[in-house]
Design a protein around this ligand. Sequence first.
Ligand code: ADP
Length: 461
Amino acid sequence: MPVVADVTGGNGHVVEDAELQALREAARLSPDNLPLRRHLARQFLAKGYLAEAEAEFRAALALAPGDPDITAGLAEAFVRQSAHGAALAVLEPLLATPGYPPRLGVLAARALLGEGDAEGAAHRYHEAVARDPSLADAELAARLAPPPAAETVPPPAYLVPDPPGGGHTSAEVERSGLTFADVAGMEAVKEALRMKLLLPVRQPELFAAFGKRAGGGVLLYGPPGAGKTHLARAAAGELGASFVNVGLADILDMYIGSSERNLRATFDLARRHRPCVLFFDEVDALAARRSDMRHGHSRRLVNQFLAELDGVDQNANEGVLVLAATNAPWYVDVAFRRPGRLDSPVFVPPPDAAARAAILRILCRDKPLAEMDFDAVARVTEQFVGADLKGVVDRAVEAKLQESIRAGRPVPLSTPDLLAAAKTVRPTAVREWMATARNYVMHANESGAWDELLPWIQRKW
Ligand code: ADP
């Protein structure tokens, strides 16, 4: 096969495949395009470019942490490079979750065998094949110990269920690479978070002198897609803290009846990784369930949440900052807003024109660009929130990508591309959200909790 260009895979390896080259160029232009990266990684693996496959799977995993398919690909790339320890390190977190894909068990078996642990490998392999017989691999099986006789051999530790009281969390600990510099606009919101979260941790003596403790939490609320999750992640990066992102609906759904223990396990995970920002999305899910849950189950969960927020002792939550987000703050139990809990609601507003231009600038900064007039795009994207703007940029990049592949070279993104893409994206729910908010603020604002919204809902949307 002819050498198309001297593109090396970081290891001096020349990739001699035009299709792979084009895909790789496409992925470079669109680094956040997960399906593209996954496809490229699989192609590298299938064609035996193992180091390149490893790099691409890693990049894909950064976009979709915990994805079993990508994890399997990365593990396979490791195993085929005889990096057995690295393969086990990526597989282990998934193997520890109940019901993991059996395919991962076979990969773990190959890695364990590579490390000389024939017995552990046999356990993994036989368990996986028992769950999915199509995974049987005669060549691998021949190198393993025979299957254990069920009555005489105790089950391996990983098959023993958690002891009662254990609790389970599917949440993962992230290291956030974002800081407030990656959050456009929202100056007032950032200032509020700095005051509430960052200063107490950075200058504990000062806060202690005023009788305040670090810890506690903030309730972020606002229309969907306005950047609450993005902001929470940036707060973690700003602090140099770990970041744990939890969808409360996941905790509720995981195992009926174990939700309280799962919640405790999630808080404990954050406590083991302090300083940590523990982010709960959809906190209103707690309240929404209240009406349809009998046996006081939901009440118990609310109480458990409050108990965890309060902490069993003074220091339980030292260095754990709880950020909770909701699109429907009016459904959140008032008990959450007591002092020391999520006592300060902070409104995350839809971006104004200057903020939209700044968001666009951030979203485009790693792309090949012509001279850009982001203000012009901001002017035609009234009512667009951050998530909508991301949609616009993704769409424009997608179109550019096809053009670049046709042209055989990167064609830079330009203002007309963004303007054209903006026409095809419909802004999400800001107008409806404001209408709902208006209703609540007019009819249920006795305590003044939503005063911050007044100037916003009085505007025309
Ligand atoms: P929410 O949690 O409020 O529903 P997200 O935080 O998920 O919204 O925002 C969606 C996406 O929009 C983010 O991943 C980010 O790329 C982008 N975004 C939103 N707000 C901003 C902002 N202020 N600056 C930069 N990007 C933003």
